[in-house]
Ligand binder design. Structure first.
Ligand code: NAD
Length: 491
């Protein structure tokens, strides 16, 4: 497969050093990592990995920078965050291309990740000089009783590889707006766009050390979580990692907020616009980010009376999808992130076939031909899947979806809720009453009706059940990074 000249050009500029206290740090204690480009299976850069030494240095730099940050007037901090949003917007093409180099997200999608970050930074800039406390009466002595919100201090933000720019918007932006300094730990699989973001923070004049970027694997993450100078951890990733992080944080009782995975249901009712439903199901299913999205609608529940009509359209959309070089602007689906992910996803497919709790109707193989060197997996659909099967219960995090039938609305709701996850759900219907009724019945942090997973800065995003406890977006997202103080003045 050939790559566009433009992508080759920017590959030479990928940032590889850690960013601590405004300095680019090499020779780090965590060693180095040969980053593999998922399209070719070949190295595209060797990056530094953070270890204990760098985490300690970053905590010291962040503490100092946070004092400088909070000493500025709110108007100054607001303006700097607006400058940051402007600078991210101005750099959208580079950030988007670095994001493609990170994990081979398609260039059709990656500018959207950058602009999502920009929109959150701009939105949270607005809160810097508008966040308020309150005052309530407490006694008959007319005491002054104030309830105020303060920053935690230094927060560690741990990001998954599939959404560094998204996490920068959802979590780094409100953390800064609340007055904190940040140590951002991207995955070693996805270091380039966050490192560039760190450079932009310096270019716009944020205090050196206010945003430190320390890519690493689990070891660097553990060093961050265990450090006594960290005042809060905000983690986005998988449930198993969340359990380890909560255990690592427990000796210092460091608070941990979690934004975790999902096994989201997409309910297609007989009154849906089936053409639109098929496109949404394909994009929110196997095609978008090759299914490597927390919001992936991996369980598609279809009402019996429209099952055949929906499936014909859905498989038609998948069959027509362009799969290949993510830098080609017409490519809809790229590879999955790594060889390990390829093996894991194909083993889920094999197990599903062996279990016979669903029928493989398309896909299920690694792609060959000129895609054979990359980690490309065919869009894969299993039909008539048992909701208790491993396929329907495990987060696939690849281009593999289950389709199930239902007859009654109540049956669809029961199936959708019969999972340990509760991140989001999709609902395809043209009946307004049904939309409200079913949305309320779903045990899910977000419900998108006739709509893709369009995360907006004004709306809190986060999970029910084992999909996490944190919220990003809106005032709820700001409150994640503020602790509450009560001041009582005796009169
Ligand atoms: P992961 O849990 O393997 O890793 C997430 C991050 O944690 C990485 O930076 C990793 O290096 C770090 N880490 C791993 N072990 C650690 C440890 N012991 N201590 C500290 N840090 C550690 O997840 P992933 O494979 O990078 O991302 C995919 C997961 O993220 C999926 O489950 C997906 O659903 C979830 N996700 C959730 C959201 C959301 O907003 N809810 C968004 C994107 C991704």
């Amino acid at each position: 497969m050939t790559h566009s000249a433009k992508s080759e050009a920017l590959a030479d500029t990928l940032p590889t050093a850690l960013l601590i206290g405004g300095d680019q740090v090499t020779g780090s204690s965590g060693g180095r990592y040969e980053h593999i480009y998922p399209v070719t299976g070949q190295p595209n850069a060797t990056i530094e990995l953070a270890g204990d030494v760098e985490v300690d240095r970053a905590v010291k730099a962040a503490k100092e920078a946070q004092r400088e940050w909070i000493a500025m007037t709110p108007a100054r901090r607001r303006d700097l965050m607006i400058d940051l949003a402007d600078a991210v917007k101005a750099d959208v093409d580079r950030l988007a291309r670095y994001n493609v180099h990170d994990f081979a997200v398609t260039y059709m999608t990656s500018p959207g990740h950058v602009m999502l970050a920009e929109s959150f930074i701009r939105y949270y800039a607005g809160w810097v000089d508008k966040s308020t406390g309150s005052s309530t009466p407490v006694s008959d002595k007319f005491d002054v009783n104030l309830i105020e919100r303060e920053p935690y201090g230094v927060v560690g933000i741990i990001a998954p590889w599939n959404g560094s720019m998204v996490v920068i918007g959802l979590n780094v932006a409100p953390a800064l707006a609340a007055g904190n300094a940040v140590i951002l730990k991207p995955s070693e699989l996805s270091p380039f766009s966050p490192l560039r973001f760190g450079e932009i923070c310096l270019e716009v004049g944020l205090p050196a050390g206010l945003v430190n970027v320390l890519p690493s694997g689990p070891e660097g993450g553990e060093a961050l979580v265990r450090h006594p100078g960290i005042d809060k951890i905000h983690f986005t990733g998988g449930g198993d990692t969340a359990r380890k992080i909560i255990a690592t944080a427990s000796p210092n009782l460091t608070p941990v907020a979690t934004e975790l995975g999902g096994k989201s249901a997409n309910l297609v009712f007989d009154d849906a616009d089936l053409d639109q439903a098929a496109i949404l199901a394909a994009w929110q299913g196997p095609l978008g980010q090759s299914g490597q999205s927390c919001a992936c609608g991996s369980r598609i529940l279809v009402q019996n009376s429209v099952y055949d009509a929906f499936m014909e359209r859905f498989l038609g959309v998948l069959g027509a999808a362009t799969i290949g070089d993510p830098f080609d602007p017409s490519t809809m689906m790229g590879p999955v992130v790594s060889q390990a992910a390829t093996d894991r996803i194909l083993s889920i497919v094999d197990r599903a076939v062996d279990e016979k709790m669903g029928t493989l109707i398309t896909g299920g193989r690694r792609m060959g031909g000129d895609l054979s060197e990359g980690f490309f997996i065919e869009p894969t659909v299993f039909a008539d899947v048992d909701n208790r099967s491993s396929l329907a219960t495990v987060e696939t995090f690849g281009p593999v979806v289950s389709v199930m039938r239902f007859t009654e609305e109540s049956e669809a709701v029961a199936l959708a809720n019969d999972t340990t996850f509760g991140l989001n759900a999709f609902l395809q219907t043209t009946d307004l009453r049904r939309a409200h009724r079913v949305a309320r019945a779903l045990q899910s942090g977000s419900v998108w009706v006739n709509q893709n997973s369009d995360i907006q800065p004004q709306s809190p995003y986060g999970g029910y059940k084992q999909s996490g406890s944190g919220r990003a977006g809106g005032l709820e997202g700001l409150h994640e990074f503020q602790q509450v103080k009560n001041i009582r003045i005796g009169m």
